[in-house]
Design a protein around this ligand. Structure first.
Ligand code: ZN
Length: 792
């Protein structure tokens, strides 16, 4: 199945194919969904892509499919396939789709989209356009010949379109399409105890950063598939395709043994078919040819399961530094009565592991046997950065030097334990990833991947530093030890024209986990300027120039990434009138830290503050992104906030999601009351970050005080202009700006302003949550004027 984003996939169809039909099923998401909004935290961009990657893997563990990606980056919403193909490079991403097809070798390719404007999002259209091209190109040895040193050309038999049919009109449209077959993921599976559609609901609910929690729907729910290329399927998706062992030359022998094993399987006594499975393993080897992907591993896993074996490999810590040592526990537990010996265990990806344990004894019944191994990680071992983030990006694609990494969902496990077993009289190899296993009191037993981390990690206290008045400011760099007795020297490199009080400083940390903060006084050049401040630390023979970001959510394993240790420095004249600002955090954003850079005191407002605190001490109050969606205490205290405005305060409301798009439920009708007079939140957005902006009311004080705003202040914005603009509003409001995507009708609902009582109210759905943390100077100047509205 091919589509563009995490959540585009038809999870029900994946579950039906993988769990119901038991065929190898894969989802190729062209992107990792980096450009969307994050509903569970403040991560954006690279970090959001890592979260969505893990959410897809969590979903696949439930529905049973595999996961693939290309190098393309989700650069945000776009309406046209042309913009998408231009940003990605058509040949580059087509090559990746072809590569994944040649490696996975599907019989049937299912497109989720049509490749026409019916699909909406330009990236959706492109997923189908490239999918159609790749169906033929993957089979053509003249296309992407450089791939053929690793893979063979592959002609899938059939390409089908699985159209989304969410409305009555769409369903009627689909039911009239020719060459259409149906499948029913609503079928109940008595072995699993669920229908595939119920499994789909569980799987889809892993997309938490998108608020995709889904019902586990019961009963019939048909899906339609329309043949697009290859022989038309009359009844079934695999019509005319042999999906048995007979397609492998000589494979019938294997198929017959496995069929006999399936027939004689007794769930109370699974060990009784182990001899047949061992026979099937020998028959596979006797074929003397490459086996269908994954079959050997499936069989050895099935043998271990039927033999009642539990095989597990853990490390004594979740992180190790280059040159550091690891202790591994490899556990074998025989919970059945077959004669099983562990002949040897190797750990790959590391210098040969040593052990004092003796191998070869028959495992005792139901008593864990632990083998302890130790090994040292090489001095030059690379850090465990997600492979697609190791090299700098090229525009809107990742740079992946090793072709064999292309398509992989995540880094393979750092280490694998290979258990060489003898079961009865046959040899079997079972491979297990080495993980770190731990107990979290609130959640129980958890595992996380083992990673390589640097001896120290660096962290600038602010990713972007604004110098609004030209005065010197202190930049703080946190140095954190990941090993005991970490000592060395930090060097910083300010951009040209900036002066630093010092460019190096020594540090000494006693314990792992200890940190110290080094301060550097920075003086900006005169006049507007921007640049990157870099830091590196020398510890022993190693140089560290990265920060370390750990992403931790309950639905995915902890993830670590290593962004460069740089901070953006911005010198721009920005004046702000309010001194104290209250902030009502919504779903999560980094606007408060950005506002502190303007010299304001920013305080996060709790439910108690909103209900009974003294609001009049704030010069301005700002609501965070989607705050009205996620905070019932904010909705409940709206009258107090309006009273605050009446008495002279300034209230600034950022975007909220309109009805139908409110993932948290809640009473969306209250969204009509986010201002003193009615405002209807719409779905309009402007996705082109360079889209021109007109000033609708050039005399408005918001454009002149305290900062003089010009068209240049809309230069250098990132990703988009804004989203969820107001679609309708009362005449009391004055729209400030007009901006729209190329070829679209003018939009004036991005920012609304009115005086109310002695104060001012501003609704603004421009993307401040992206622009301010990124240090876009014009965004700071405009936002400062909006915050100053009550005082101008
Ligand atoms: Zn999508």
């Amino acid at each position: 199945m091919i589509a563009a984003h995490p959540d585009d996939e038809n999870t029900a169809l994946l579950a039906y194919l993988a769990r119901g039909r038991k065929v190898r099923t894969g989802y190729l998401s062209i992107t990792r969904g980096e450009g969307g909004q994050n509903l569970i935290g403040a991560e954006q961009g690279d970090a959001l892509g890592v979260i969505r990657t893990q959410e897809l893997l969590a979903a696949r563990r439930i529905d049973g499919a595999q996961q693939f990606f290309t190098r393309a980056i989700d650069f945000g919403f776009t309406k046209t396939p042309e913009e998408t193909l231009e940003k990605w490079g058509r040949e580059k991403i087509l090559g990746d789709v072809v590569w994944v097809i040649r490696r996975f070798r599907p019989d049937v390719i299912i497109l989720r989209f049509s490749g026409t404007p019916r699909d909406g999002h330009g990236q959706h259209q492109v997923s189908a356009i490239l999918g159609k091209d790749a169906f033929a190109a993957a089979a053509d040895p003249k296309r992407f010949p450089e791939q053929l040193q690793w893979v063979q050309p592959w002609q899938a038999t059939r390409m089908m379109w699985n159209p989304g049919a969410f409305t009555k009109e769409q369903r009627e449209e689909v039911e009239k399409m020719p060459n259409r077959i149906s499948v029913d993921p609503g079928d109940y599976d008595p072995v699993l105890g669920h229908s595939y559609n119920e499994i789909a609901g569980m799987s889809r609910s892993m997309h938490r950063s998108q608020g995709m929690g889904a019902a586990e729907r019961k009963g019939s729910a048909k899906d339609f598939l329309i043949t697009q290329a290859g022989p038309v399927a009359a009844k079934d998706i695999f019509d005319g395709i042999d999906i048995s062992w007979n397609r492998v030359p000589g494979g019938a022998a294997v198929g017959n043994v496995l069929a006999e094993a399936a027939r004689s399987f007794d769930a109370e006594h699974p060990d009784r078919i182990v001899p047949l499975l061992l026979k099937a393993q020998n028959a596979m080897v006797a074929l003397h040819q490459p086996l269908p992907a994954g079959k050997q591993k499936e069989l050895s896993d099935a043998i271990a399961l039927c033999a009642g074996l539990w095989l597990d490999a853990t490390a004594d810590k979740y992180a190790v530094t280059p040159g550091g040592a690891l202790k591994f526990d490899a556990t074998a537990l025989n919970r059945d009565h077959l004669a099983v010996q562990v002949k040897s265990i190797e750990i790959d990806g590391i210098a040969p592991a040593t052990t004092k344990d003796k191998f070869g004894d028959v495992l005792p019944f139901n008593e864990p046997k632990v083998f302890t191994l130790t090994a040292t990680v090489p001095e030059h071992q690379a850090l465990s950065q997600p492979y697609w983030l190791v090299e700098p990006k090229q525009g809107d694609t990742y740079t992946i030097p090793n072709q064999l990494d292309v398509g992989l969902a995540e880094n393979p496990p750092l280490f694998n334990a290979h258990f060489h077993l003898r079961i009865e009289s046959e040899d079997v190899e079972v491979v297990r990833p080495v993980e770190y296993r731990y107990i979290e009191r609130a959640q129980g037993e958890l595992t996380r991947p083992v990673v390589v981390e640097p001896p120290v990690s660096l962290q600038w206290s602010k990713p972007a530093m604004l110098f609004p008045q030209g005065a010197a400011k202190t930049a703080e760099l946190q140095v954190r030890a990941n090993i005991p007795k970490a000592a060395g020297e930090v060097r910083i490199q300010p951009p040209a024209g900036w002066r630093a009080s010092a460019t190096s400083e020594k540090f000494q940390l006693a314990d792992s986990g200890e940190q110290s903060v080094l301060s550097f006084q920075l003086t900006p050049p005169t006049g507007d300027a921007q640049g990157l401040l870099a830091a590196s630390a020398k510890v022993g023979g190693q140089t560290v120039s990265t920060e370390m970001e750990t992403i931790n959510y309950p639905h995915i394993p902890p993830q670590v990434l290593y962004p460069p240790a740089t901070a953006k420095l911005v010198r721009a004249d920005v004046r702000l009138l309010p001194k104290t600002i209250g902030y009502v955090m919504g779903a999560g954003d980094e606007v408060p830290q950005a506002l502190q850079q303007l010299g304001a005191d920013v305080m996060l407002l709790s439910a108690g503050d909103l209900a009974s605190g003294n609001l009049s001490r704030f010069d301005a109050i700002v609501t965070g992104v989607r705050a009205y969606n996620v905070r019932s205490d904010l909705r409940a205290n709206q009258n107090r906030l309006l009273e605050y405005v009446k008495n002279g305060g300034t209230l600034l409301v950022q975007y909220n999601v309109a009805e139908g798009g409110n993932p948290f439920g809640g009473d969306t009708s209250l969204l009509a009351n986010i201002g003193p007079y009615p405002i209807t939140t719409g779905r309009d957005r402007v996705t082109v970050e360079e889209a021109p902006v007109q000033f609708l009311n050039p005399a408005s004080p918001l454009l002149h005080q305290p900062n003089e705003i010009t068209a240049h202040d809309f230069d250098g914005w990132i990703q988009e202009r804004g989203l969820y603009f107001a679609s309708k509003w009362d005449d009391h409001y004055q729209p400030l700006f007009e901006t729209h995507d190329p070829g679209e009708k003018p939009q004036t609902g991005s920012t609304l302003y009115m005086r109310y009582g002695k104060g001012a109210y501003v609704f603004t759905a421009l993307s401040w949550f992206r622009e301010l943390p990124a240090g876009v100077p014009g965004a700071f100047r405009i936002f400062a004027n909006l915050l100053s509205a009550g005082k101008t």
